[in-house]
Design a protein around this ligand. Structure first.
Ligand code: XMP
Length: 515
């Protein structure tokens, strides 16, 4: 295993994902993790991540200096390299010119860490400070025009540092560098594979659950579906899958989901029709956060009632993923105080996002996995592409895509418009290039003309975005013809809509959903 000490970089998780892509298990832990704790974890290598601070800030986060005595190879990335240099007696200074964006790596020593990395390879840089003097025992492996020490090594003690970010996709040869560190320097074995994970997860679930019953709230997304497959394989009919229909799903989705699971996958699903109840909760509510709160609350109510009716259950299965359990996920370190801060933009409600005080014990077999690994596991268990590659869909569903008040009429309009968006996206084969594609209904009306008649009806907003992870996103430059077809069909086929507009806002400053 490789452990990443997180100093607050937005890329810490990405480093872990890149390492796992080499079939080696990797975890992100706080920079405060002590050398004694690391000795317990016994990783084959340690990576110090980047971070927003300067090593000379008053509150700059630092690692336990005992780490240098563990005898474990260390790779410092950006801030991590500067910290290594400072702690081991070298010098870091504010550079006269920072380096941001792509830079050409000029290799001085093409051995170990830089094996198979081409001279002049493009690497992604983002730093204001630079190393100006190496600690004893270190040598320079590579430089760039602006940065004399772009890659450094003490190959006796197996300490390495890179000023650039090998983990980002723009760094050509970055993955080769990571492989060199993981395999040649740390001596890891490629044991982190989907098949090995599935075997172990099944064994662990069986050992934990014994002959007890497990309840799972199925949403139809890739996480809960993969969980259902995994648990069904592990414990068969000790598993009960419950699907709560809130009435905010896309057109035909609830029926399709239940049919798929029952008839094709032979996994029984208890279908709970709670449409009226949820609608009653949101009538007259226009505030986005209040909508989310009410829907989340109602979900828990229904869930409790139904689990009492169907139970008793000892365990609740949750599709918790690794980014949810990393203590530092989605937080930043305040440069002034050194404390972690997280800014709440929206309170996400997830299906299965239940409060911890329910009386169940939890089974969370996916908690070590990143999303792309869940997809691999799902695929290996036989989940069809239709689910494995499905776009994300928010827990509150169409309720947060009707801006303002939700009414049955508006739900019907949005469902019909949204179905057309999906049909045309599928037909044009752009589905897999997009992160999400959907319609939003605005609570205003505008004037139009159809035939010789004046119309006064709602506009539909098309939101088609590309993204890597949902944290940032860009509006998609799909062909005008596709937009035209969607617009024509919606205006002609969906009564109550007379105008279609295209949202050309990136995230940030917009968010993907409108509420
Ligand atoms: P935003 O709108 O914050 O969305 O840019 C980022 C991603 O999260 C999804 N999203 C949600 N998912 N419950 C969810 O399960 C929610 O309440 C929720 N709100 C937004 C959104 O669809 C996008 O993929």
């Amino acid at each position: 295993m490789i452990v990443i000490l997180d100093f607050g970089s937005q890329y810490s998780e990405l480093i872990a994902r890149r390492i796992r892509e080499t079939s080696v298990y990797s975890e992100v832990v706080s920079y405060r993790t002590t050398a004694a704790q690391l000795r317990q974890i016994a990783p084959k290598g340690i990576i110090l991540s980047g971070g927003p601070n300067s090593v000379y800030d008053d509150q700059a986060p630092a690692c336990d200096p005992e780490i240098w005595e563990l005898g474990i190879p260390v790779l410092g990335v950006c801030y991590g390299m500067q910290l290594m240099v400072k702690q081991l007696g070298g010098q870091v200074e504010r550079a006269s010119r920072g380096e941001y964006g792509k830079a050409s790596l000029l290799i001085d020593d093409p051995t170990d860490l830089l094996t198979n990395v081409e001279n002049t390879a493009t690497m992604w840089m983002s730093h204001g400070d630079s190393v100006t003097q190496l600690p004893g025992g270190f040598k320079t492996l590579a430089h760039t025009t602006n940065t004399p020490c772009a890659a450094i090594a003490d190959d006796q003690r197996h300490f390495y540092g890179v000023q650039f970010h090998p983990e980002v996709v723009h760094s050509i040869g970055g993955q080769a560098l990571i492989r060199n560190f993981v395999y040649h320097i740390c001596g890891c074995e490629p044991t982190w594979t989907t098949a090995a994970f599935v075997d172990e997860a099944i064994r662990e679930v069986r050992a934990k659950v014994g002959d007890k019953r497990v309840l799972l709230a199925l949403s139809g997304g890739v996480d809960s579906s993969t969980l259902a497959f995994l648990l069904h394989q592990a414990i068969g009919d000790q598993l009960t899958c419950m699907f709560i229909d809130q009435g905010f799903m896309r057109k035909y989705e609830p029926e399709r989901l239940v049919k798929l699971f029952q008839e094709q996958f032979h996994i029984p699903v208890v279908y709970v029709n709670a449409r009226e109840r949820f609608l009653a909760q949101v009538v007259g509510i226009t505030d986005p956060e209040e909508k989310r709160r009410r829907i989340g609350h109602e979900f828990i109510q229904v869930f409790e009632e139904e689990s009492n009716r169907l139970g008793p259950f000892d365990y609740l299965a949750q599709g918790t993923l690794y980014p949810d359990v990393i203590e530092s996920a989605n937080t930043n370190i305040d440069p002034k105080t050194g404390e972690r801060v997280a800014v709440k933009i929206k309170s996400h409600h997830n299906v299965g996002g239940l409060p911890p005080n329910l009386r169940f014990k939890l089974v969370e077999p996916l908690r070590k996995l990143f999303k792309d690994e869940v997809r691999e596991v799902g695929r290996s268990l036989g989940l069809p592409d239709e689910i494995v590659r499905r776009h994300p869909f928010p827990g509150p569903g169409l309720a947060i895509r009707i801006i303002g008040e939700i009414t049955p009429e508006r739900l019907d309009i949005l469902r019909d418009a949204d179905l057309i968006v999906r049909q045309e996206i599928n037909r044009s084969e752009t589905y897999h290039q997009l992160w999400q594609a959907f319609a939003v209904l605005l609570p205003v009306r505008s004037v139009g003309v159809m035939g010789d008649q004046r119309t006064y009806a709602y506009p539909i907003v098309l939101r088609l975005v590309s993204s890597e992870d949902g944290m940032t996103a860009d509006w998609s430059r799909v062909p005008y013809e596709l937009l035209e077809t969607i617009s024509n069909r919606i205006v002609n086929e969906v009564p109550g809509v007379n105008r279609v507009v295209y949202d050309i806002t990136s995230k940030p400053p917009g968010t993907i959903e409108w509420e």
